[in-house]
Ligand binder design. Structure first.
Ligand code: ASP
Length: 327
């Protein structure tokens, strides 16, 4: 029997075309119509469509992610549904994917897919990416792996993947360990399991007052002070290297912690973990002694999503520490 897959549309380049007057890509009805045509030439699954949103992904808000999560959960609750595919712009795809991965506890495949080229461009990659996503969604091997991102025939786990290039078709990468698997014509092949332990945060609200601040050489704590003054509930700091900050940032971090703000430390390096290697003032070990929580190898944008969901679920220091420091 054919598997039943729901395709939820949210927008993105996969459903955009060039508007001649603007000479730029904008959301288009044609994109969705073209995607729907895969039903005509694909006999691999029974499809149904859900028009959830039609926006570029920089428009996707955190509350959109929460509503999308509810929508996906309701599709998955239908015993006739075997999996869900979400079409999404690539700019914020990794964040929506990670949000859903944390929030939805279900072994049925959930796949995010998009395209790097729009329908007016030569080599539009929407239909081929969507067929690869479909093949993954109907694969028994894809069950229980959390939310997956399928682009350019690579299958990546939501908790590892990052958009790494502004225009390349193979932009989505799990930089440290490579993709979980590939789609090779009609075959879906998994080479490995995700390296990260799966985390479930069953929040039905999010705490949006979480700031993400990237540090660079010579910066001081002004932006952190701003977040504190703005009544932040949490601050994610993208620190240098193994998790270090310039010494003049330290008083602001101290103040944030004293005010009861959760401060999560990650690295601005795209690969590797932070660790308490350095003991000098502003070094990661010193920051840990002040009460900073380590986000290990999460990117800043994923740590922010995790903190928003975590605080939405339980504003309790032990709980928040446990979801970041579990390894
Ligand atoms: N700016 C587009 C978006 O994220 C890019 C894309 O979809 O590839 O909606």
């Amino acid at each position: 029997m054919k598997k039943r897959i729901v395709i939820v549309f949210t927008g993105g380049t996969i459903s955009m075309e060039i508007d001649e007057s603007m000479e730029a890509a904008v959301p288009s009805k044609k994109g969705e119509a073209l995607i729907k045509r895969i039903q005509e030439f694909s006999d691999i699954a029974e499809l149904s469509f859900d028009h959830f949103l039609s926006v570029p992904s920089p428009y996707i808000s955190i509350s959109d992610m929460l509503s999308l999560s509810r929508r996906v959960k309701s599709h998955l609750a239908d015993p006739n549904t075997d999996g869900v595919i979400i079409t999404h712009g690539t700019d914020t795809m990794e964040e929506t994917a990670y949000f859903l991965d944390l929030n939805i506890h279900n072994d049925k495949p959930i796949i995010l897919v998009g395209s790097m080229r729009n329908i007016s461009e030569l080599g539009y990659d929407g239909p081929s990416n969507l067929v690869a996503a479909l093949r993954t969604a109907i694969s028994d091997e894809a069950k229980g792996r959390g939310v997956l991102v399928v682009m350019n025939n690579d299958i990546n786990a939501a908790n590892e993947v990052m958009k790494t290039h502004t225009m390349a078709l193979d932009t989505f990468k799990s930089l440290e360990f490579g993709p979980l698997g590939i789609v090779d014509h009609d075959k879906v092949i998994f080479y490995r399991n995700s390296t990260h332990r799966r985390l479930h945060i069953p929040a039905d609200r999010v705490e949006e007052r979480v700031f993400l601040i990237k540090l660079a050489a010579g910066m001081d704590g002004e932006l952190i002070d701003y977040a504190v003054n703005q009544k932040a509930k949490g601050i994610v700091i993208e620190a240098l290297g193994r998790g270090n900050v310039p010494p003049q940032v330290v008083p602001s971090i101290k103040r944030a912690i004293e005010e009861g703000i959760y401060v999560i430390l990650v690295s601005r390096c795209p690969m590797g973990r932070i660790a308490d290697t350095y003991g000098y003032v502003g070094g990661s070990k010193h920051l840990k002694s002040l009460g900073v929580i380590f986000g290990y190898n999460l990117s800043g944008q994923k740590a922010r999503i995790q903190l928003m969901l975590g605080l939405g679920y339980r504003q309790d220091p032990d709980y928040i520490r446990s979801i970041f420091e579990m390894e």
